[in-house]
Design a protein around this ligand. Structure first.
Ligand SMILES: *[C@@H]1O[C@H](CO)[C@@H](O)[C@H](O)[C@H]1NC(C)=O
Ligand SMILES: *[C@@H]1O[C@H](CO)[C@@H](O)[C@H](O)[C@H]1NC(C)=O
Ligand SMILES: *[C@@H]1O[C@H](CO)[C@@H](O)[C@H](O)[C@H]1NC(C)=O
Length: 348
């Protein structure tokens, strides 16, 4: 040994994080993957099997799903539908019963979230069985004159893992399955297309005699905005029942002539959205009662649209603070008390 391991300044937070993670992991191992995996609600049999064979990955999967849910809540914070739903709670949040464009968004964002989290964990050495993208390591890009170096994020691994785990919940052979699988794939594809190339120059005083490059993950927020845009342009599709058993076989754009298929990165839906105004167990809508709204906004966060014409309650309160503070000779500060009446509005 060369003495005690040195500690890098500023790494104590990461270290305590690492200890927490290791503790979480060891408690998973101690409790037995079996027990943990049987306690997670709503896992399909194949997902349970993956959970049992890869208990380290299940923590990252949970983080990836949460990444997706958080992004969904952010993107829809001003909408009548705010990413909440009634019904059974799963690793992926509550599931929407209606095959709507909102359901399409949640599937795409969670599939992308899991792929993102797994890939990030691999790059940082937090997961067994994966690491940096070794296929690229050491190769030259002849045309552009740089070399692959550093740690390229292994997005193929993350995407493949997301495909195996997230898609395994589609066990019913129905139209919804085709819709969900398409949207999962669309979310992952958007992520893959947004991978970034980062480069660094080497050489005397910053000259670029040699250049090394590696791929990195995009910020997840970027994926959120792209998928939100795709949500706005989501494509209404219907299933085509082919084969002798007349099972749903593929999706075609509704009302298209012939069999026009949706594009790989389109979000697709098979049912119209409810208006999400009232609580409704059959559609999974939680309604907008109690939601904050903006009295003057003409958009969906405005009280007219948000409250669906039911009206709103006004809550008045008085904000008090110290203001106009002046330094007085010598030695004290004199302030006035300012106050302002403030109102917030919530839907009836
Ligand atoms: C990897 O582990 C380190 C230390 O536990 C932690 O700080 C980091 O957030 C983890 N990264 C991912 C992507 O889980
Ligand atoms: C969404 O709206 C419901 C109903 O008003 C509310 O209970 C819930 O807390 C909201 N969720 C978020 C993430 O804002
Ligand atoms: C309400 O909406 C108006 C118009 O869109 C905007 O200028 C204002 O900042 C909003 N108020 C709040 C509290 O968000």
């Amino acid at each position: 040994g060369d003495g005690p391991p040195s500690e890098h300044a500023g790494s104590s937070e990461a270290r305590s994080d690492s200890i927490k993670k290791r503790e979480a992991l060891s408690s998973v191992v101690a409790l037995g993957a079996n027990i943990i995996c049987n306690k997670i609600p709503g896992l399909a049999p194949r997902q349970r099997a993956i959970c049992q064979s890869r208990p380290d990955a299940i923590i990252i999967i949970g983080e990836g799903a949460q990444l997706g849910i958080n992004e969904c809540q952010y993107q829809f914070r001003y909408g009548r539908w705010n990413c909440s739903a009634l019904g059974e709670k799963t690793v992926f949040g509550q599931e929407l019963r209606v095959g709507s464009r909102e359901a399409a968004f949640t599937y795409a964002i969670t599939a992308a979230g899991v792929a993102h989290a797994i890939t990030a964990a691999c790059s940082q050495g937090n997961l067994s069985h994966c690491g940096c993208d070794r296929e690229k390591q050491g190769y030259y890009n002849q045309e552009e004159g740089w070399k692959w170096g550093g740690c390229s994020a292994d997005i193929k691994y993350g995407i493949d893992f997301s495909r195996r785990f997230v898609d395994a919940r589609e066990i019913k052979k129905n139209a919804r399955r085709l819709m969900n699988l398409h949207n999962n794939e669309a979310g992952r594809k958007v992520l893959e297309e947004r991978m970034k190339l980062e480069c660094k120059c080497h050489g005397v005083s910053g000259s670029c005699t040699t250049k090394t490059c590696w791929t990195t993950l995009p910020k997840f927020r970027e994926i959120g905005y792209i998928l939100k845009d795709k949500y706005n342009k989501a494509v209404h599709v219907e299933v085509v029942r082919a084969s002798r058993l007349r099972q749903p076989t593929f999706l075609k754009v509704k009302k298209s002539q012939g069999y026009r298929k949706p594009m790989d990165t389109d979000l697709v839906y098979i049912e119209r959205s409810p208006n999400y105004c009232e609580e409704d167990a059959t559609t999974g809508s939680v309604g907008t009662q109690g939601r904050l709204c903006n009295r003057t906004s003409p958009h969906t966060d405005g009280c007219d649209l948000m409250c669906c014409g039911r009206g709103y309650n006004t809550h008045q309160y008085t904000k008090v603070w110290q203001c106009n503070c002046k330094f007085q000779w010598c030695c004290f500060v004199k302030c006035n008390t300012c106050s302002e009446r403030t109102e917030v509005f919530t839907c009836k």
